[in-house]
Write a protein that binds this ligand. Sequence first.
Ligand SMILES: Nc1nc2c(ncn2[C@@H]2O[C@H](COP(=O)(O)OP(=O)(O)OP(=O)(O)O)[C@@H](O)[C@H]2O)c(=O)[nH]1
Length: 407
Amino acid sequence: MYNILVVEDSGVVRKVLSKLLQEHSYFRCVMCVDYSEAQARLAEGETFFAAVVDLNLPDAASGEAVELVLKHNVPAIVLTGNFDEGLRSNLLDKGVIDYITKDSRFAYNQVVNLLDRLRKNLSIKVLVVEDSSTSSAYICSLLRKLQFKLLTATDGVDALQVLAQDQDIKLIIADHKMPRMDGCELVKQVRMDRRFQDVVFIGLSSSGDGILSARFIKNGANDFLRKPFYHEEFFCRIFQNLDSQEMLEQIRDSANLDALTNIYNRRYLFNQGETMFLDSNEISVAMVDVDNFKQVNDNFGHRVGDQLLQQFSALLIKHFGSDLVGRYGGEEFAIISNRNQTTFCVDMARFMTSVRNRLFTECDLAVTCSVGVCTTEKQNLSDMLDTADSHLYRAKKAGKDCIELCT
Ligand SMILES: Nc1nc2c(ncn2[C@@H]2O[C@H](COP(=O)(O)OP(=O)(O)OP(=O)(O)O)[C@@H](O)[C@H]2O)c(=O)[nH]1
């Protein structure tokens, strides 16, 4: 749960913010109507993830509440009724994350989107590649304010080494002019590696070279910033690029995942399985089917049937996390593994024992499953799946709750 402190005297604004924040179950909103209440609340020692503070309050008309939350090391987003250039630099100099003008209802959506972005940033690793230590420290200070996890490198060669060791870096911000390998060459190298196709890459340069932005983008960068940049431009470009990338990942996930069980669907299973089949020396394919599943639907309803499929899938993932597991259709699942075949069969027997030893769904149902396994290399993956399926059929015929191997 992330505690958000809201310091706002307008009842309407408090109501709107509270409603919007409630839509995110992980946010807990603490409302204060003025400076004194916020002061008392902060003095209690409660930790806040961030604060949304009105600049002008009845008992603090000159932004004292902003200073109060910053003094307590709470990242602040400022709400202001009016905007001017002097106010902007004053607030940013104080160290607020952003200021938002209360000019429309959209402003409050912006506040909540920003809070949500900060929450997501907590788990995002950013690599800053910059040879100037002053510039690197400045960029890192901005990114730290946005709650990112930071890694640094001093040139392209160094950056590739950091990436090789830490493959869950999601964003790279790289300068152009650096010794050994410049930013344009770095992005080219990064895009050549399939593992880093989804990394968001933002190029930076202070050079007057107008064509540089085009070179960065042509080599695979998502965006480009010229130094010195405006605080707001820096944040907006980072946020927009991360939002787009996350949306893309969501679309990809919904195309590859089964909506009910959240494990891979049949289409993904075939595509990815084919690659595994071509790349591996040793391959095993198993078909797993829940026994007498129709009776669960008939006796307890489809909702409980769905719950059983979800829990059964989760158990499969728990046992076969390093293999490719997908829903083949209905109550039938397929597993494709390139691990040692004997180990795979032993793990399958263990999985069946786990199924027998636990109860599923809110109705505490005892369940069994039947399994067909093919470990004989066939001409293609489809033939292996068919063979595993025909052995599953044999297991059903043999009385269910058993495994039939084709070795
Ligand atoms: N609740 C639920 N039921 C589903 C879903 N997909 C398929 N089914 C049902 O799964 C049932 C499968 O029934 P059968 O093929 O007769 O299989 P079974 O009862 O497990 O019998 P055996 O395979 O011989 O053990 C059918 O009634 C389908 O309607 C689903 O997503 N949710």
